[in-house]
Design a protein around this ligand. Sequence first.
Ligand SMILES: Nc1nc2c(ncn2[C@@H]2O[C@H](COP(=O)(O)OP(=O)(O)OP(=O)(O)O)[C@@H](O)[C@H]2O)c(=O)[nH]1
Ligand SMILES: [Mg+2]
Length: 604
Amino acid sequence: MAGRRVNVNVGVLGHIDSGKTALARALSTTASTAAFDKQPQSRERGITLDLGFSCFSVPLPERLRPAPPGTEPESGAELQITLVDCPGHASLIRTIIGGAQIIDLMMLVIDVTKGMQTQSAECLVIGQIACQKLVVVLNKTDLLPEGKRQAAIEKMTRKMQKTLENTKFRGAPIIPVAARPGGPEAPETEAPQGIPELIELLTSQISIPARDPSGPFLMSVDHCFSIKGQGTVMTGTVLSGSVSLGDSVEIPALKVVRKVKSMQMFHTPVTSAVQGDRLGICVTQFDPKLLERGLVCAPESLHTVHAAVISVEKIPYFRGPLQTKAKFHITVGHETVMGRVMFFSPAPDSFDHKPVLDSFDFSQEYLFQEQYLCPSSAPAATDTTDSGGDDKKAGQASEGHCPRQQWALVEFEKPVTCPRLCLVIGSRLDADIHANTCRLAFHGVLLHGLEDKNYAESCLPKLRVYKLKHKHGVVERVMDDYSVIGRSLFKKETNIQLFVGLKVHLSTGELGVIDSAFGQSGKFKVHIPGRTEDPPGQRYTWVPRLQHQASGSHPGPQEHTQASVQTSDPGPHLYLGGPSGHWGGVGVRAKLLGVGRPPPGSSH
Ligand SMILES: Nc1nc2c(ncn2[C@@H]2O[C@H](COP(=O)(O)OP(=O)(O)OP(=O)(O)O)[C@@H](O)[C@H]2O)c(=O)[nH]1
Ligand SMILES: [Mg+2]
């Protein structure tokens, strides 16, 4: 195994001008074609415009060598650290998200004289979603006055520690450097400071994620160019599976399949590559102008989707609610398109169910939500934005109780090609980039892609999202020990037969079942089976005097109805719904929401 080379990908992220490219340059010994802002446009504007790749190697640390008992220590093995230098400019956040998804560790570069800036914060958010490990690099320490340098570094270190406190990177190492002391005008001879220490730190922090050669080959391509007499080279990072010389690969965006003619890793020819490798693939008869970046995969291994069911988690730094029907920039894997969302949650009795992040259960029923539920939006059970009387938009979290998992149906403005279970990030990239706010709104996993263009007809009926409507009625009189007559829940013309069998909740705490229509005026009979267990004396305390009138309209065609009947002292009412307050019940299963389409009566 002598000479084995293990590759890890380390991202260099941070606010514009914090010195990411300077740091990548100071660390690297080998550069790929587009590293260090080599492109003319990048030079002209003085900023990084695209991902830059470069690398350096260190001896593979002992702790990363597999050492089964009795084996010889591995000699000559190398740890190759590929640096993914990301842009910092706010407008290039899509590129940054793409970069963050191919790395194993993130270096967050902070200008020590400025501290956390807007895009440092966004990078930290992205890192929390896409990366497992973080190292904070305080750059430009040469700009600190010499006498106060150490104190200033310590102060900034403490500040950063505090910033990290509330993130998953709590306690991550923080290290000072000067990647390019003296700045752009300084002579090339001016040596960077703190680089050996940083290399040592990175080496100690890196762990090699399990690389899995099985599964379909997928590579994220960041550059594509032609080499005269050879063919077209696509460079990128292998995201999954493996590839060998002679394999057929597909460029799914163009539906083109080509054979791999040759491959290189940082100028070294190779015959195969696996997940995590940085790779150049050469194919023939392919115009490089057709693909700037994108995906290359095993033929037919990706799917192109028009809509998707995703799991959703709000990014806490995003200000404002996540509204159903709102449009977001949706990054799906490595593509960003506009998409419209509809949020939904489990039924209330399933709020505490463990999140499932690798599949979506179409056999369950879900609850439509006007907006993503978070503790601050939770008391929406009292929301009365719905039209008419006592009907309420129900189904939201009550008393700040939020479900452990929420979902969204996302409808894309144009189809996206992506792997299964890929990362999804929703953002508001149209927000003012100078506004100093987090543009990243939510993230999640694509659980189910809808590939059929006519998914609204062919797939959505399978998605059982209900909208709850809350109805109040009144108990008019008691028939006998086990039944009452209610009214003001339905209109005269309502077919009460549809509601027979539905549970109703009395505000006394009792449960009843709608038994039948009573007369012709929309009244109904409720059977209350548990009444014999009432303590004596309480039996008739709920005998009704009318309290208030409800608008007893027929449930909308796509609404799940919950109703209550108001009676007198002590203010009891009946809820129409499933047993014990859960809606997975009997009788009127309100009809399916027109998912993906404005639900009836919803305001936006
Ligand atoms: N004094 C000083 N200047 C530095 C240092 N590192 C970088 N610079 C200067 O800071 C400016 C920005 O450096 P870059 O490396 O291009 O910054 P960047 O973070 O890659 O910028 P973007 O990729 O455009 O976001 C350049 O003028 C560098 O010469 C440093 O350690 N000390
Ligand atoms: Mg740069």
